[in-house]
Ligand binder design. Sequence first.
Ligand code: ATP
Ligand code: MG
Length: 453
Amino acid sequence: MPKRLIKKIKGLISGDQGKPTLRVIPRGEHHFPEEDIRRNVHIVLDGLTDAGYEAYLVGGSIRDGLIGLHPKDFDIATSATPEQIKAVFPRNCRLIGRRFRLAHVRFGREILEVATFRAGHGKAEDNEHHSAQSEEGMLLRDNVFGTLDEDAIRRDFTANALYYRHTDGAVLDFVNGYEDIRHQTLRLIGDPEQRYREDPVRMLRAVRFAAKLDFEIETKTAAPIRELSELLGLIPPARLFEEVLKLFLGGYAQSVWPLMLEYDLARWLFPLSVPEVNDNAGVQTMIELALRNTDNRLAEGKPVTPAFLFAVLLWGPLQKEWLRAQENGIHAAPALQKAIQKVTAKQAQHTSIPKRFGLPMREIWELQGRLDQRSPKRCESLVQHPRFRAAYDLLLLREEAGEIEPGLGEWWTRYQEADTDEREKLCQGLGGSKKPRRRRRYKNRRRSTPPNS
Ligand code: ATP
Ligand code: MG
């Protein structure tokens, strides 16, 4: 039977034929905070509407606004093609993307994303050069333009498929997203398995939104995730890196991590770390503490660096490899280099870490081996090291998680607070540099022993 016919029959069976019904929630019946819409967003919406096109706000901003958060990124969906958008904003519009072509309209430092309505797959078959799917059913290109209702049903979750119409303040809903939001339910549009196969990243988005919004993942949406999680292996490591940043730097990392483990997603992002997490309670504790600190820092408006986060997430496997190399007779410092090499090479096949974070991550690790070499001269140069603070934070986490005896962290805390004379005394109290080299190496090794090994 021809493929297209099979699809049509499947569609009839699952009842997804025909147009989705539209529910209009008028202004006054919903609580979308219209005052949060920035001036530039109005300029784009008005520009497109005045030129005769349809234009709406859509996606995360509407969802967040409806649940009482302040919407930030305003994504715009329109009936205008990318070229038509450019014609409306000739001076400040740039067309970008291949896999998903869209327009960026720029106002100084602010960039607004404007996407043309897309159609789903049935239509894609007739437009082979605009859309493409891999053998596994994954969407490689998604540039088939469509109508508003088609655009709604090709989105991922019902909560992400609501449109705000600026001309009358109404919210348009084709997929019962408004009710799902009211019931704090995250529901994939269409057949979950097919939608995950089209784009496996949707599985990561499911746990991310569940954590961020405190929504329940609806049963059918949740059901296939564990089994399909391996499809994440098909996603380019660079895209996964971007997703990892969104997962951990959104301010809800401590809620998203347990979900990533529960749904067996973490393993495809951190294949070396997850077995360590399962085997060693200390590794899990350390990650949880780091994620909690990350959330707290973000809540206080403090900066966080992915380098530190990755240093912690990969510390378990790194430490294991480091120890293993030392047990094979390699000295601590070269053993650490060997371990770093091994762990980063394997990690790069899954979630790649760009150099600007990978290099500082290595330095944070390398400093772990130097923090207990406390001669006055070394201490002074260590505290000056640009990565000292992060390395010290990692040391505290290792102590807090019970990997190493407490003491060294406290010593460094006192050292940082001390003046020059006191620093000298702190070091002398240890006998610091007088220790023989071999002994220090041995000490390093002992410090690296996990609690349950
Ligand atoms: P946030 O910006 O808070 O992470 P968002 O929902 O705005 O959440 P974006 O990645 O900015 O997420 O995407 C904007 C919208 O585009 C989504 O709300 C959704 O409607 C649609 N979308 C994004 N990614 C996908 C995807 N992988 N599959 C289907 N639709 C998607
Ligand atoms: Mg967004």
